[in-house]
Write a protein of this length. Sequence first.
Length: 70
Amino acid sequence: MSPRYQRRGRLLTAASLVVVGLIWIGQGLGLLRGSSFMTDEPFWAVAGALFVAAGAALAIIEWRHPRPDA
């Protein structure tokens, strides 16, 4: 697999983590209502925050330290 595609894959993974994390935060805090078991459960807000942090860290690492062959 080409390094360029690997970089895109890592950035896509980072973006996915951030989006899923934001949704989980919204559900955990009760901002996104629905029939989900996740609604108004603080655990999901914390898990979402961890996902957002992990995605942001991955994106920052990838942008600041691109692979030399990318």
